[in-house]
Design a protein around this ligand. Structure first.
Ligand code: PRP
Ligand code: ZN
Ligand code: MG
Length: 226
């Protein structure tokens, strides 16, 4: 990370499942902010810890590029980007510092309810739609299954009905999105939850102490919740 900064910048999701709980957890650590007019940047008041409100998928890249120092993001998003960086030779560029105990979900393979499911070998030769091509490709390779990965950035659950794919690999939380699309989960690839993420390398300026302080307070806040 670029040195010489004396404030910590934490990226959180702007809107979505992790947005409110992430903010609430940081507030329970004693952080407070003065919001900017556009509300995408929140200036830390009680401590020099600012918030940047972004798309969750952008958080690993923001940390890797040193635009943000820390981030609260799903392990699924972090792992997918980490695999991509390892595959293209640019990683590892960030790491999971602390699981946060909310936003629990799993990355799972799901097939139409009409399939009689025995095991994953049934996926050979099939098309699987996903927003997680790295995690899916690695799992398929490890399992020795030759299937086609169809990359979609959203609305993955509708792909089988549209004839774009035979199966999907997506996040399952309550399971209601799968059910609404007549799909059933058949195999978990990754157990996920919100995590605190940081750069692969340590800070060499005032941010090191700020990060330690935040980790200590998070530890205390998470203890009370358990
Ligand atoms: C995930 C996933 C499904 C939905 C499943 O999206 O892509 O759309 O949640 O949840 P359910 O099992 O409770 O129905 P996410 O909230 O991560 O949003 P994003 O893909 O837009 O980031
Ligand atoms: Zn997202
Ligand atoms: Mg989604």
């Amino acid at each position: 990370p670029p040195s010489g900064r004396d404030r910590l910048r934490v990226a959180i999701q702007k809107s979505g499942r992790l947005a409110e709980p992430a903010r609430a957890l940081l507030a329970s650590c004693g952080l407070s902010w003065r919001e900017s007019r556009d509300r995408l940047f929140c200036y830390g008041e009680s401590l020099p810890i600012d918030l940047l409100l972004v798309r969750d998928d952008d958080i690993p890249g923001l940390i890797a590029d040193g635009v943000c120092d820390l981030g609260i993001v799903g392990r699924n998003v972090l792992s997918e980007q980490d695999l991509a960086n390892r595959v293209d030779g640019t990683g590892p560029r960030f790491r999971e510092l602390q699981p946060l105990g909310f936003g629990g979900c799993r990355l799972a393979l799901a097939v139409p309810e009409t399939w009689s499911w025995r095991d994953a070998s049934q996926l050979a030769g099939k098309r699987i739609a996903t927003s997680y091509p790295q995690l899916l490709s690695k799992w398929l390779a490890d399992a020795g299954i030759d299937a086609q990965v169809v990359l979609l950035s959203g609305s993955v659950e509708i792909a089988p009905r549209l004839g774009q794919a035979d199966a999907i690999c997506d996040l399952v939380s309550s399971g209601s999105t799968l059910a609404a699309n007549q799909l059933k989960p058949v195999q978990t690839l990754l157990e996920s939850e919100a995590v605190l993420a940081g750069p692969a390398a340590d800070f060499d300026d005032a941010r090191a102490e700020l990060m330690e302080l935040l980790l200590r307070r998070l530890d205390g806040a998470l203890r009370i919740r358990r």
